[in-house]
Write a protein that binds this ligand. Structure first.
Ligand SMILES: [Zn+2]
Length: 326
């Protein structure tokens, strides 16, 4: 089962040729440097910044309130996935500190797979944030000792105020499952999940996306590379955080439909790819891609160019301004 992940992470490096040195893991993304977004200062006067912390972990900040998605920061190395995994508090705390995550009021977790949810209990405890999630995600919280009053079950479609942010949880759809790796879609974590646990114990439990408003500006965080036909009709966003995890390996018809049902529907001015990085490697400012990341990037970039929409890449710990101040 872990072989698929091995293949995703290592195949391109192995295919790259017979180097004398062992190949660096993950896929080199230096060819996409021209798309890197400019690093921003701390937000002021109503500006909103987002710091990218790998996979679908994003720290939104308006200078007063911070919101976090997923909070997956342990990023266990691939060798650890063969055994049971657990949150590494030192790694998580250091990443939160480096990102300046000291005013996080709410943590929204997209689904309960380990690469989104495994650190949610610790992150909520450390920051004091309320954990928002599916029933499965809340069972990860409970297993980590989180009290029910610090957790809230998703109510899709309902607007939730967090400081000056308004968050609406939208029903989403997980990327097409990979056999033996994440083919548990719709299955639930039915009781509190204690660590250490096998990565396969983190059942999907339903997949969700987040519409985040601040004043009259809107960001959509599309947490998995899939779509429900027509589900984003009438949804508009200035900035779209677009998961490209496992997109590059999909047939052209799927990729086209995915783009049509996400970007073409919400008509953003800026698209920022997420879940593109090799998450078996530590979070850093030189993240490398998964095996199929270049194929996904090339596809998305070509469509965006034709639509005159900007593609903006973020490296680990990049803080970018997504909404300007007044
Ligand atoms: Zn997943």
């Amino acid at each position: 089962m872990v072989r698929t992940l091995f293949a995703l992470a290592l195949a391109p490096a192995l295919l790259a040729g017979a180097a004398a040195q062992p190949p660096a893991p993950g896929t080199d993304l230096s060819g996409y440097r021209e798309y890197l977004l400019e690093a921003a200062d701390a937000p002021k006067n109503g500006a909103v910044t987002v710091t990218f912390l790998g996979t679908t972990t994003l720290l939104f900040d308006d200078g007063e309130t911070q919101l976090l998605t997923d909070g997956f920061l342990t990023r266990p190395p691939i060798t650890k996935l063969l055994n049971r995994i657990e949150t590494d508090p030192k790694v998580v705390d250091a990443a939160l500190k480096k990102a300046g995550a000291d005013r996080v009021k709410a943590l929204f977790v997209a689904h309960a797979h380990y690469d989104h949810a495994m650190d949610c209990a610790h992150v909520a405890q450390k920051t004091g944030a309320k954990l928002h999630g599916s029933a499965s995600v809340l069972n990860i919280g409970r297993g980590g000792g989180l009290k029910d009053e610090q957790m809230a079950l998703f109510e899709p479609g309902k607007e939730l105020k967090v400081g000056k942010f308004t968050v609406t949880v939208l029903k989403g759809k997980h990327s097409p499952p990979l056999k033996g790796l994440n083919d548990d879609l719709g299955q639930e974590i039915a009781k509190p999940l204690k660590q250490p646990a096998g990565f396969r114990d983190y059942k999907e439990g339903g997949a969700f996306d987040f519409l985040i408003r601040h004043g009259d500006r809107v960001a959509l965080v599309n947490c998995a590379a899939n779509f429900v036909e027509g589900a984003r009709d009438g949804v508009r966003a200035d900035v779209l955080f677009l998961s490209v995890g496992a997109l590059g390996g999909q047939p052209k018809e799927f990729r086209t439909a995915f783009y049509d049902q996400t970007v073409s529907k919400v008509k953003p001015k800026l698209v920022i790819p997420i879940h593109y990085d090799d998450f078996t490697q530590p979070l850093s400012d030189s993240l490398r891609g998964l095996g199929d990341t270049p194929a996904a990037f090339d596809f998305v970039i070509a469509r965006l160019k034709a639509d005159k929409i900007r593609f903006g890449l973020m490296q680990g710990y990049t803080r970018a301004q997504v909404f300007a101040g007044k």
